[in-house]
Design a binder for this molecule. Sequence first.
Ligand code: NAD
Ligand code: UFG
Length: 339
Amino acid sequence: MAILVTGGAGYIGSHTVILLKEMGQDIIIFDNLSNASKEAILRVERIVGESIPFVQGDIRNKDDLSSVFEQYDIDAVIHFAGLKAVGESVSKPLKYYDNNIVGTITLCEVMAKYQCKSIVFSSSATVYGDPETTPIKEDFPTSATNPYGRSKLFIEEILRDIYVSDTSWKIVLLRYFNPVGAHPSGTIGEDPLGLPNNLMPYIAQTAVGKLKTLNIFGDDYDTMDGTGVRDYIHVMDLAMGHVKAIEKIAQFTEVMTINLGTGNGYSVLEMVKNFEKASGKKVPYTIVPRRAGDIATCYADPSYAKEILDWEAKKDVYTMCKDSWRWQSNNPNGYKEDV
Ligand code: NAD
Ligand code: UFG
């Protein structure tokens, strides 16, 4: 019996594969490498000390998927594959709906055909829109302000409908807060294409000298120092949340919707200070106007994950920064050959 990890060459997928292998699980990585590199898989193999079956394919392609289900005895899927750039999703909505939604439908059709009905899905805290209060609980209202977020909401609803039609499905929707950090080896980590959209890789690339100045999007929010507050979670803690979900999935008798966050909010300026301390480098910054669509404060109530999965985040913000820095400083060009 094996677990299929779609998007397993990507940032969160690659870290999760390591923990799953360490727990003795058989894994198949399925990825079209649209936002990942084969090098990431080679490095994961080096960390775990064995080779891992990898299929280069697209979740929208039934033949690609069917050949994997023909070849391997797959009993669960962890479904990371998806496009995630919020800004790009606004300019190319159909690309996002096609990749994320059509891809997930195709995946579920093939799973059903092969009687594999257990899936852990990568959802996002973005489905809470601009919450009225924090910390955010799973039963808060949902909304979306961009096609990326809407694709996550639609997929959640599609998966719930699948369950209503056939209650033998086991479905876990994991709503991630802000994943950061890297494997402690410093050999794998987040490697965004082009200019980073997210705070942590932007800070790390500024600290290493690839970028000149961090733009801080607004210092006039109603927060402790005026900058945006988020729930940053170490990617290894997040990965462990998936291991727990897979371990418990057979017991679930309803669709499970679970926040994966730490429960702590940090401002942009606090993150900059922590990163400077962890790296010993200065992170020059400029305050610029707010970024459209951003909210002031977002952090999880993670108590349901503790109750249901017996999981809680363990790594603090300093460790997140330290591990991000180790990855960034050892690999200034990410997985690309040093130039
Ligand atoms: P990532 O881009 O590093 O990983 C996604 C992987 O999926 C990539 O390796 C990419 O090549 C692959 N992929 C994309 N479309 C595919 C397709 N059609 N067929 C096969 N493979 C495909 O992103 P990540 O940060 O590891 O995120 C993983 C998942 O978690 C995504 O679904 C993302 O939306 C979700 N998520 C991420 C964050 C975050 O901030 N990183 C937050 C919340 C949710
Ligand atoms: N920020 C800056 N400068 C930057 C980048 C970000 O000041 O260059 C600020 C933002 O304004 C925000 C905070 O840093 O206050 C975090 O921003 P990110 O872009 O890193 O993260 P977001 O919370 O905006 O969104 C991320 C993902 C979404 C996901 C969400 C919740 O991009 O896809 O986390 O999981 F839905």
